[in-house]
Write a protein that binds this ligand. Structure first.
Ligand SMILES: NC(=O)c1ccc[n+]([C@@H]2O[C@H](COP(=O)([O-])OP(=O)(O)OC[C@H]3O[C@@H](n4cnc5c(N)ncnc54)[C@H](OP(=O)(O)O)[C@@H]3O)[C@@H](O)[C@H]2O)c1
Length: 277
């Protein structure tokens, strides 16, 4: 079957906030098809319409990052139509700003969305990545290692030979703490510990997966980024930056960073920082 050689960029959770602005920037500067994806078709199509009104031309496809079939369906669609994916922005995420301490069930839902989904996405979408593909993970300053208060994880997560299995143990250990109630939740990573754990796990996974790509001899870059404190629905409109400014560093990684920038943590001003300082 004929497949288009067009380059392809995919943004998860692209219907609003920082993701929407990343899609907008890609439509302006990326030479190829830009997929605005989202879990809700109506919200996604409305977002596409807004960009069309600005003379831009994103494409919409449904993609719920917590739903394996949805990811699979998207992968099948892309692989039938194109020769692969060039840019993948893992932007979709949740946080209830009103709840600094969450129940076990809410913590699990958050970690499933912000972190576990990345494992499913890796399994299903990474095989479609082209040579020199770029993956950008939307982490946070709450995804820096120093947010974690348990010494065993401060020691483990910095190991050069860290494994995905160990990151999963870290996440499970937190969920056990969340099951134990408020005090054990807070003693693991303070307020918003579920979100911090999800983003620390995301950051650690970024470095492990870069190592794996290198070991497989694949020229793929994967970096994570703190977009700044950005005024979106997630923060109830609070923040230092507009969503457009929040999209700056993710767009830098997608479009401008040297291909040699691999496995790093990038600050909102596009400078590299040490994740484990
Ligand atoms: N805002 C900040 O200050 C800040 C700081 C650091 C990091 N970040 C990170 O930046 C990313 C974007 O955040 P934001 O502030 O732009 O938040 P936002 O405005 O709340 O947007 C979040 C996006 O994720 C989507 N999403 C949620 N669950 C999903 C799922 N299961 N499948 C697919 N999409 C899903 C949402 O879709 P719906 O509309 O359907 O809910 C929405 O499009 C997040 O990963 C966040 O953690 C934000």
């Amino acid at each position: 079957m004929y497949k288009m050689e067009t380059k392809v960029a995919v943004v998860t959770g692209g219907n609003k906030g920082i993701g929407f602005e990343i899609v907008k920037g890609l439509c302006q500067k990326f030479d190829g098809a830009v997929y605005l994806t989202g879990r809700n078709e109506e919200r996604g199509r409305l977002a596409v319409k807004k960009l069309q009104e600005l003379g831009l031309n994103p494409l919409f496809h449904a993609l719920d990052v917590t739903n394996t079939e949805s990811i699979q369906e998207f992968a099948t669609y892309i692989s039938k139509k194109y020769s692969g994916i060039d840019v993948l922005v893992n932007n979709a995420g949740i946080l209830d700003f009103d709840k600094p301490v969450s129940s076990y069930e809410d913590s699990k839902r958050l970690i499933d969305t912000n972190f576990m989904s990345l494992l499913t996405v890796s399994k299903i979408l990474y095989p479609l990545l082209k040579d020199k593909a770029r993956i950008i993970n939307l982490s946070s300053d709450w995804g820096l290692l120093s947010n974690i208060r348990k010494q065993v994880w401060l020691d483990t997560l910095v190991k050069d030979d860290l494994t995905v299995k160990e990151i999963l143990h870290f996440v499970e250990d937190f969920l056990d703490a969340a099951r134990g109630g408020k005090n054990s939740f807070v003693s693991f990573a303070g307020h918003y510990g579920d979100y911090k754990v999800s983003k620390v796990a995301m950051s650690a996974l970024t470095f492990v997966q870069q190592r794996q790509f290198n070991e497989q001899g694949k020229d793929v870059s994967i970096n994570c980024v703190h977009p700044g404190f950005v005024m979106t629905d997630m923060t109830k409109g609070m923040g230092d930056f507009t969503p457009e400014r929040g999209a700056r560093a993710p767009l830098y990684l997608a479009l401008e960073a040297p291909q040699s920038l691999k496995g790093t943590f990038v600050w909102h001003d596009c400078h590299q920082v040490n994740w484990d300082d």
